[in-house]
Design a binder for this molecule. Structure first.
Ligand code: UD1
Ligand code: CA
Length: 449
């Protein structure tokens, strides 16, 4: 049977205290909406609908980044979750199949859990994902008789007896499209919030003689984000799940709790990530590479056998070939560093290309920016850049060439040449001693007077 997802993302999220629509707040550097869309995409739905309202232009752009074919429908007034789903009615008027309703503020659902819910529709007419809450707080409570779900009561509308129930609504619901839209047209807003609750669909289904059931899932998948505190909790859940996956896939993390991944971090086998490493988006680390402590990486590709850090910074466009070494306090940006090359200490390498097995001495800087434009530094293979060389781009250093320490290189250096671009040294015999004697004499005279 075909599948449509409807993701609710119109709410303002007042408790976030933010100008940004709630569903665009990030977890692991991706908006919550993207996490939900990725989990849904793995079910290969035929249609994706996103219901937008607050900040709808921003929400629509974010949705189209993940699925350019998704349909964004507007809910101009946020009259409740049921009203929100109803906004997809026109977009799905030609659709016949299963509708899966997801919330844009609940970013931790796993695809397998969503699949189990969809599969439940083989047995019942309406199914929801529920969980046993350690602290049920303001979640909707599930009223059941045996395996049957009778109704859902929102916290605000619940009496004490109902509030004591710990079986709660995650918000995720699945039903056949024709039934769902029939039930939605029966909703009323006579409740504590004055909203059209999606959750009331269950009671209407049962009254109409349909069956409803709960599929139980793990509580940590269901976390709904309504505040920054909950956003931080969702981030923590994501990170701990991601760390566990890395460990299970053959990555060594001696201090997993101190390593922070992005939503898209890719790590190979036998990678070692030491303590306090932060991954921004777009990082791939290939097999056998080591990322040493306190490094920060984003938009970088690190090939087999590299060693990066401690205290290294790889910025977008850092492309490290096999067995490259990047040492402490080195920043690399938009630079290709070929196999076996080394940049071991205190350097900035930006807008550059460095050939195989070249050694970049301590304190080397590619002076890539003239205040207006960026320029490129190209260094050949097996070159040796002396410590504290300033490479004023655009500049080209040949294969097997050298630069003397402290040089300011402003002209190209041919293959195998040595470039010296620093003031020549003069030695004055005995001068140091004569100077010190004189200075000490002056000091002694001052003390006496
Ligand atoms: C909802 C459920 C509650 C469940 C909880 C789980 C209802 C009535 N209640 O409560 O049973 O335990 O989620 O997290 O469904 N939204 C719209 N338009 C609206 C209203 C909401 O798009 O008019 C979107 C929000 O942006 C949000 C999602 O729907 O992404 C959930 O809305 P929210 O107001 O947070 O619902 P809860 O009160 O948390
Ligand atoms: Ca919520």
């Amino acid at each position: 049977m075909s599948l449509a997802t409807v993701i609710l993302a119109a709410g303002k999220g007042t408790r976030m205290q933010s100008d940004l629509p709630k569903v665009l707040h990030p977890i692991a550097h991706a908006p919550m909406l993207h996490h939900v869309m990725h989990a849904a995409a793995d079910l290969s739905p035929d249609r994706n609908i996103v219901v937008a309202g607050h900040g709808s232009d921003l929400v629509s752009d974010a949705a189209h980044q993940i699925d350019p074919t998704c349909q964004v429908v507007l809910q101009t007034q946020q009259l409740g979750t049921g009203h929100a789903v109803d906004q997809a009615r026109a977009a799905l008027s030609d659709f016949c199949g299963i509708v899966l309703v997801l919330y844009g503020d609940s970013p931790l659902f796993q695809t397998s859990t969503l699949q189990a819910l969809v599969d439940k529709l083989n047995d019942v007419d309406v199914a929801i994902l529920g969980f046993d809450a350690k602290d049920p707080a303001r979640y909707g409570r599930l009223i059941t008789t045996g395996d049957a779900l009778d109704r859902i009561v929102e916290f605000k509308d619940a009496n004490d007896e109902e509030r004591a129930i710990t079986l709660c609504n995650s918000g995720v619901m699945a039903a056949k499209s024709d039934l769902l839209f029939d039930l939605l047209s029966k909703l009323e807003n006579k409740n504590a919030s004055g909203e059209y609750y999606l959750t009331d669909v269950i009671e209407h289904a049962r009254t109409a003689g349909k069956t409803a059931a709960v599929v139980i899932c793990a509580e940590d998948e269901t976390l709904g984000v309504n505040s920054r505190v909950e956003l931080a909790q969702a981030e923590a859940h994501f990170q701990s799940r991601r760390r566990r996956a890395a460990l299970e896939n053959g990555v060594t993390l001696p201090a997993p709790d101190t390593v922070f991944f992005a939503f898209d971090t890719v790590l190979g086998r036998d990678v070692m990530v030491e303590a306090n490493v932060i991954f921004g988006p777009g990082v791939t680390i290939e097999n056998n590479a080591t990322i040493r402590a306190f490094s920060h990486l984003e938009g970088a590709h690190v090939a087999d056998g590299c060693v990066v850090g401690p205290y290294a910074r790889l910025r977008p466009g850092a492309e490290l070939g096999p067995d490259v070494k990047i040492g402490n306090f080195v920043e690399v940006k938009a630079a290709e560093i070929a196999e076996g090359a080394k940049v071991n200490h205190l350097s900035y390498v930006g807008d550059a290309q460095i050939g195989k097995h070249t050694n970049i001495g301590a304190g080397t800087i590619t002076c890539n920016y003239d205040g207006v434009l960026k320029h490129k530094t190209i260094i050949g293979e097996n070159a040796f850049i002396g410590s504290n060389t300033m490479l004023v781009a655009p500049v080209h250093i040949g294969d097997e060439a050298m630069t003397g320490s402290g040089s300011v290189i402003t002209k190209d250096v041919p293959d195998q040449a040595l470039a010296l671009a620093r003031a020549e040294q003069i030695n004055k015999d005995g001068f140091a001693k004569r100077l010190m004697d004189r200075l000490r004499a002056i000091k002694a005279k001052k003390k006496d007077s």
